[in-house]
Design a protein around this ligand. Structure first.
Ligand code: TXA
Ligand code: MG
Length: 326
């Protein structure tokens, strides 16, 4: 693996490598992606192999300019076009009817394709330099913690990628919101970096995938995901101070009041606060970094409490819930 910076020469090198079929981890505003030439089935096969990802879990295709999405997908009638106009570049992935030349491996044989234009200068520059759409799942082994720093990628996939472009820390810290616009009304398949409130300000009829029912529209809805090495227990808001953890457990708190109550109860060896101010944006930005830190420190048990289900709290709760299922 070769670590690259963000100089023009390094970006050109990263783009060329992608075009030639190599695997290049790139920073985005959400998490680091494992980038590959989306038009090259052999490069796509390497992505699935590097991540140990099942082939039935399709990839997101990244473009440098919103207008390039038209080369990959059709925009059906409905709000897809206005949503792209309002939120691209940004942490929104649209699932749309795909164009014929997109390899089946990218979409797991589905008639739809997931497309995103990231709001990250380095990501967009690399995609532009590659000259092709870039398939990029999060740059972590399947089911494990997503990377929000180049070090996380190097630690988890270092010997399985050709290059890592180090663009510093990801500002949003949770993956994009995945919105299926191939049918009406649009359906949120994965809550993420763009809040439901903001999406509904443009398309009020948007619905959220109900995880209690099985749905063929949601191929990547695995119950367990984003998991740290230590078991993680998720409890209701306000109840973290009452749990009786194993010896040596770590508490993930949210908000100063919660933090103080848990500290006063005195049952945890260590406390990590996701946001003193109780800000879900800050909690999202820190979540994976804190969990990677606990993995590295050899934590044996983690307890967290749910955030309020508003704004990015929905995405943080989704990641915590999946981390707690193993
Ligand atoms: O923020 C992000 O979205 C990051 C950065 C790198 O852009 N990427 C990312 O990719 O999170 P990944 O592969 O970890 O998650 C992609 C999700 C999966 O849950 C997958 O099942 C879903 O998008 N997906 C992809 N194509 C789909 C399709 N055609 N229909 C439904 N879901 C799809
Ligand atoms: Mg992922």
């Amino acid at each position: 693996m070769i670590l690259l910076g963000t100089s023009d020469a390094d970006i050109a090198r990263a783009g060329r490598a992608i075009r030639e079929g190599l695997l290049v981890a790139i920073p985005t505003e959400t998490v680091y992606g494992l980038g590959a030439n989306a038009l090259d089935p052999r490069a796509l096969a390497r992505v699935f192999e590097a991540k140990d990802r099942p082939r039935f879990d399709p990839l997101i295709l990244h473009v440098a300019e919103p207008s390039q999405a038209d080369g990959i997908a059709f925009f059906p009638d409905g709000p897809a076009r206005s949503l792209a106009g309002a939120f691209w570049p940004g942490p929104l992935t649209l699932v749309l009817p795909k164009r014929g030349h997109i390899p089946d491996l990218a979409t797991s044989g589905l008639a739809t394709v997931a497309v995103r234009c990231p709001a990250h200068d380095v990501a967009r520059a690399v995609i532009r330099a590659a000259g092709v759409p870039v398939a990029a799942p999060s740059a972590n082994p399947f089911g494990r913690l997503s990377p929000t720093r180049a070090e996380h990628v190097a630690g988890q996939l270092g010997n399985r990628v050709d290059f890592i472009v180090d663009g510093g820390q990801c500002s949003i810290g949770v993956e994009s919101t995945v919105l299926d616009c191939s049918e009406s009304p649009p359906l949120v398949l994965r809550p993420g970096g763009l809040s439901l409130e903001r999406l509904r300000s443009v398309a009020p009829d948007i619905e959220v995938f109900d995880r209690t029912g099985e749905s063929p529209r949601a191929p990547g809805q695995f119950p367990s995901h984003y998991a740290p090495l230590a078991p993680l227990h998720l409890v209701d808001r306000g109840s973290l101070a009452d749990v009786v953890p194993a010896e040596g457990a770590v508490a993930l708190t949210f908000g100063a009041a919660c933090h103080e109550a848990v500290r006063a109860a005195g049952r945890f060896r260590e406390l990590r606060c996701l946001s003193e101010a109780g800000d879900p944006l800050e909690a999202a930005a820190r979540l994976f970094d804190v969990l990677h830190g606990l993995d590295a420190a050899g934590a044996t048990e983690i307890w967290a409490e749910r955030l309020p289900d508003a704004g990015l709290g929905l995405a943080v709760n989704d990641r915590l819930r999946k981390a707690s299922k193993r």
